[in-house]
Write a protein that binds this ligand. Structure first.
Ligand code: ATP
Length: 366
């Protein structure tokens, strides 16, 4: 096993393409870290630099105690699984799993033992005599992961390995990967653009945007305390609402202005610190499940600190256990997730109440 350390790593492909920009990232020994970012944000480039398939323009990469700059891939004890892995077509599954062990001189009995162990964990034991051409996409991906793991690399890198698979299969493979990681404790870096996959798989998640690392945090922290509107909008499905508003401090009281209306805020809510008399344009970050919705005529007097923003339901999407309401809300749009019930309809006037105890505040010019 091995830790990974990227220090001030940049990678320029040409004068106009900076794929990575001053990235500082530490992956702990035995950790399962997910790199999350939209297409073109530099995820694959990070993996290629760790694997030694590419070199940083500036900065350095360390694996364990060793600086590995310039060291070729085969001397790094790193295995990488690609989105569309190529298996050896002329070898059966067992042969594919065994190949890297043979070339490394692992004795026959030990090869057998390891192949049996990995094949059983990845549920491919019934397939060991099959050739790759006869395997489904999910089975092929299992073999590719097995081939990487069976070598017992210090570091395992996975580049969107599930993105070509259907949703139930992805969920199953995700769980198997977690179990595999718990059994072997290899340092694992998994790349994806799928925020749901990142949240369920990562012990920590590193978010990349246009080559820059913008937050590294646990899934929960990333979801509850996104560091910027970009992270807020990228993590969570549907994403966090960002409502334009103004915070005003007058003496010891703070009020919130949304549209033309002003509400005093309960001082127990976590708020940005404002100077007396200060007024600041903000974005209030509210998760859809923290935006409560009531029919306008059912509104009862609310305690101080609750907002009641008049809105209209533009669209209702059924989700099984809940419904998503798209709301026109005083000049902006927001999405609320509420329990499935039948007294809402499109076009209906409602009031939306953000739960301010769960709000995250961003400066409007952030
Ligand atoms: P995706 O999710 O689409 O695979 P990514 O986040 O993995 O994207 P990278 O493949 O790391 O992104 O690419 C980051 C940027 O670097 C992109 O703008 C890409 O076009 C550019 N890039 C990557 N490899 C090269 C290359 N060999 N030559 C020129 N530009 C490159």
């Amino acid at each position: 096993m091995s830790s990974i350390e990227l220090r001030q790593v940049s990678r320029d492909f040409d004068a106009r393409t900076r794929a990575l920009d001053s990235v500082d990232l530490t992956v702990l020994d035995g950790e399962r870290l997910v790199v999350l970012g939209p297409s073109g944000s530099g995820k694959t480039t990070i993996l290629r630099l760790i694997a030694g398939l590419d070199q940083p323009t500036t900065g350095s990469v360390r694996l364990g105690d060793a600086l590995v700059d310039g060291l070729p891939p085969h001397r790094r004890n790193v295995a990488m699984v690609f989105q569309y892995p190529t298996l050896y077509p002329h070898l059966d599954v067992a042969g594919n799993l065994e190949f890297g062990l043979k070339t490394r001189g692992v004795p026959r009995a030990e090869r057998r033992r390891r192949i049996g162990e990995v094949a059983s964990m990845l549920k491919i034991d019934a397939l060991v005599r099959r050739r790759p051409a006869s395997l489904s996409g999910g089975e092929r991906q299992r073999v590719a992961i097995g081939r990487a793991v069976v070598r017992r690399p210090a570091v395992l890198l996975l580049d969107e390995p599930f993105s070509s698979l259907d949703l139930p299969l992805r969920a199953a493979l995700r769980r198997e990967l977690i179990e595999l990681h718990e059994a072997f404790r290899t340092t694992l870096v998994h790349v994806t653009h799928d925020q749901g996959e990142a949240l369920s798989l990562g012990q920590r998640i590193a978010v990349l945007d246009r080559g820059r690392l913008i937050q590294v945090a646990s899934p929960r922290e990333l979801y509850e305390r996104p560091a910027s509107p970009i992270v807020a909008a990228f993590v969570g499905g549907p994403p966090m609402n960002l409502l334009p508003c103004t915070l005003v401090r007058d003496g010891s009281r703070t009020s919130l202005v949304v549209g033309q209306r002003r509400w005093p805020i309960n001082p127990t809510h976590p708020l940005p610190a404002l100077a007396d008399g200060e007024s600041r344009a903000m974005l209030m970050g509210i998760r859809p499940e923290h935006l409560h919705v009531d029919p306008a005529d059912a509104l009862t007097e609310r305690a101080e600190g609750f907002l009641a923003i008049e809105s209209r339901i533009r669209r209702i999407e059924f989700q099984g256990d809940s419904v998503l309401l798209t709301l026109d809300l005083r000049g902006s749009t927001a999405v609320a997730r509420v329990a499935a019930r039948d007294d809402f309809h499109e076009g209906q006037s409602v009031v939306a109440s953000p739960d301010l105890a769960r709000a995250v505040w961003f400066s409007a010019d952030n």
